[in-house]
Design a protein around this ligand. Structure first.
Ligand SMILES: [Zn+2]
Length: 402
């Protein structure tokens, strides 16, 4: 008998918001740690699940602990290639046909690993996997495709990596905030240059990390730069902070998409005292997002894990987003750290919210439509059409199979 789980696995899907350093295979993390003499609290998968990668976390700090360990092994060409290769294979195995993997290159740069090395290694792993996968894809099915999104850090300091240590040391006459902006701009320039000089699908720019107290406006220059060079823009916003953070993302950073957007409807999170009519501020913002088709990358499990005040998934703002006709795409954020997959996230959505089949299809299709596809617009349209046709053929199969 064909189950709902089978259906979710078979339909072509996307993941537009997923961090490579949060999505390693656990077995690979342990293996690489052993090879590199990295100390882990446990060297078994069960032990690591018990101590680090949990289903529920007490706090954001506990959630972030996992990234500390993954960061320690993502420091060579070989490990980055392996991690990204496996990442692509894991995605395809659950029916993801298009994935945009994001990472912060400046966290991985060291004395023997340049910005170019980091990006090229990740591309190399993804490319190898895509070639292997696509060799066996039947004519009527969409190919597996991918794009890379580089992330600057909303907040960073000299302790974040050896790159940041050098960067802050070299800019000792600039404030911390100025250094963060400069490092972000440097990444924007590096990303555009490498994209233009290679065939690496660097498709987007993002800011990740601590949102509270670190406004997107500090990254205005870097977003202006990528905007003028036709690199797509996404911004982690409205995860910890409120609607004003999303406002900055779309006004200062020209965001095409918003990462999370969880707090979009929270009047109580508005801190700017000059905003007197909070209701109309939010409704103006919501309508702007909807009308501009700025897509919200929703990550349900991750939000439940990092937002202690969000006790029940039914309180998640995704329902309101759909109600307001926003373009929404369901994403994982971190496959390992959140112990999830695209199938699990889609199931979580449909198990907890009343989403019609039509709306569900729209959500899945938006992933393809609002992707930062590497290629011409005509090629993108053709690819999206193929994905929709394939989706419909799977629906047909399951309708007949009932
Ligand atoms: Zn994220």
């Amino acid at each position: 008998m064909l189950t709902r789980e089978d259906f979710l696995r078979e339909i072509p899907k996307t993941d537009l918001h997923v961090h490579l350093d949060g999505s390693l295979r656990l077995s690979t993390l342990i293996d690489l740690a052993k090879q590199n003499n990295v100390t882990l609290p446990s060297y078994t998968e069960e032990g690591m699940r018990e101590l680090v990668f949990k289903d529920k976390y007490e706090s954001l700090d506990e959630y972030l602990k996992g990234f500390f360990y993954t960061g320690l092994v993502m420091n060579s060409v070989e490990s980055l290639e392996r991690i990204s290769y496996e990442f692509a294979i894991d995605n395809f195995q659950e029916g993801v046909r298009y994935v945009e993997v994001r990472f912060a290159p400046q966290l991985h740069i060291n004395d023997s690993l340049s910005f170019e090395d980091v990006v090229k290694s990740i591309d190399c792993g993804m490319r190898k996997a895509a070639a292997e996968i696509n060799k066996n894809i039947p004519e009527n099915e969409p190919e597996f495709r991918y794009g890379l999104i580089v992330c600057a850090m909303r907040y960073c300091n000299a302790n974040f990596s050896s790159y940041y240590k050098k960067f802050f040391d070299m800019h000792k006459y600039s404030s911390e905030c100025e250094c963060i902006s400069l490092a972000s701009l440097e990444l924007a320039k590096a990303a555009v240059k490498l994209r233009d000089e290679s065939d690496i699908p660097i498709v987007g720019f993002d800011i990740a990390g601590s949102e509270w107290g670190h406004p997107a406006d500090d990254h205005k220059q870097s977003y202006d730069y990528v905007h003028k060079h036709f690199l797509h823009k996404t911004v982690h916003a409205g995860e910890a902070s409120g609607p004003e953070s999303i406002f900055s993302a779309v006004t200062s950073c020209h965001a095409d998409r918003i990462g999370h957007g969880l707090q979009l409807f929270r009047e109580d999170k508005i801190t700017d005292l000059s905003i007197k009519d909070k209701k109309s501020y939010i409704s103006g913002l919501v309508n702007f997002l909807a009308d501009s088709r700025i897509t919200v990358e929703v990550c349900l499990t991750s939000n439940l894990q990092t937002m202690p005040e969000l006790k029940d998934i039914k309180e998640h703002s995704v329902l309101k987003m759909l109600d307001k006709r926003l373009s929404v795409s369901i994403c994982t954020d971190n496959r390992l750290v959140s112990n999830t997959s695209v199938c699990k996230e889609l199931k979580l959505l449909t198990d907890n919210f009343s989403v019609s089949e039509k709306m569900f299809k729209d959500i899945v299709v938006y992933g393809f439509k609002r992707s930062f596809f590497h290629g011409s617009y005509s090629e993108k349209r053709e690819y999206v059409r193929k994905c929709i046709a394939y989706y419909e053929s799977i629906v047909q199969k399951y309708t007949n199979g009932k």
